[in-house]
Design a protein around this ligand. Structure first.
Ligand code: ADP
Length: 250
């Protein structure tokens, strides 16, 4: 689904991504691991259109998507989750979900005046869709909570929920487990697996928790010093001597 070819992203003379090549198979939950500073986040940023590459190519379903802006990638179903922006923190969880889909009729003043019936219908549909997402993620009870009051793990679930409000095909998830308690991490993991199995989402996940990676991800891609060091099942990766050395060396 995604093919990255000889990708470079340099910052001045520093090679954060230094000739990385990898593929993300359609229907997979691919893990991306590696020591701090390996270039994982920079690679994500280039794939998701946040940063132009210094050189190299990114393909999605055979189409060259290198350097496309995030909104065009979004239309193609490529999404990267982000921590909640400040301006959304004071809105409720349900409102945050309802904000996501673009192209609602109510957006222009003209439409707002002449097509009030349609707008009300669309809003009711959107609310229903948001509630379905909340049910799927088992957080319906948080519908009226201000997003800024959520715990770290609940915010991650909301980020996942936002991808469900549009037709995502591939989702890039950054540091799913950072600051998230075990129970909630289990819930997030379950949601990822169900989205993958029931809705056909492909995932690429950066995560440090090896239990989580081992439970969810196949294959696992290991980066070090801006390059892909190894790829395989979690069990294979953990036995790989180059990988062990890369982690011990930091
Ligand atoms: P990882 O996510 O694997 O920890 P990053 O992609 O965040 O790695 O960073 C890789 C390296 O690139 C780090 O040494 C980091 O300091 C450097 N880096 C990342 N972004 C920038 C930037 N905007 N300017 C300069 N250096 C950067």
């Amino acid at each position: 689904m995604i093919r990255v070819e000889d990708l470079h992203r340099h910052f001045g003379g520093f090679r954060a991504v230094d000739g990385a090549s990898l593929t993300i198979r359609k229907g997979s939950i691919t893990g991306l691991i590696g020591p701090n500073g390996a270039g994982k986040t920079t690679l994500f940023n280039v794939i998701a259109g946040m940063l132009p590459p210094t050189s190299g190519e990114v393909y999605m379903d055979g189409h060259n998507i290198t350097g496309l802006p995030p909104h065009e990638l979004f239309q193609r179903g490529l999404l990267r989750t982000f921590q909640l922006a400040h301006e959304f923190a004071s809105m409720t969880v349900r409102e945050n979900l309802m904000m996501v889909p673009a192209g609602q009729t109510g957006e222009t003043l003209w439409n707002a005046w002449f097509r009030r019936g349609q707008i009300a219908r669309e809003e009711a549909e959107l609310r229903q869709r948001a509630d379905d997402v909340l049910d799927f993620l088992t957080i319906r009870h948080l519908a009226h909570e201000r997003a800024g009051n959520l715990s770290g793990g609940q915010k991650k679930l909301l980020e996942l929920g936002r991808t469900m409000m549009v037709d995502a095909k591939i989702v890039f998830l950054d540091e799913v487990g950072a600051g998230v308690n075990r129970t909630l991490l289990g819930t997030i993991g379950d949601a990822i697996v169900r989205l993958n199995k029931e809705r056909g989402y492909t995932f690429c996940v950066i995560e440090h928790d090896m239990d989580f990676i081992g439970r969810l991800c196949d294959p696992v891609i290991v980066m070090a010093e801006g390059k892909v060091l190894a790829e395989g099942s979690a069990a294979e990766i953990m036995k790989n001597e180059d990988v062990i050395e890369a982690y011990l060396g930091t």
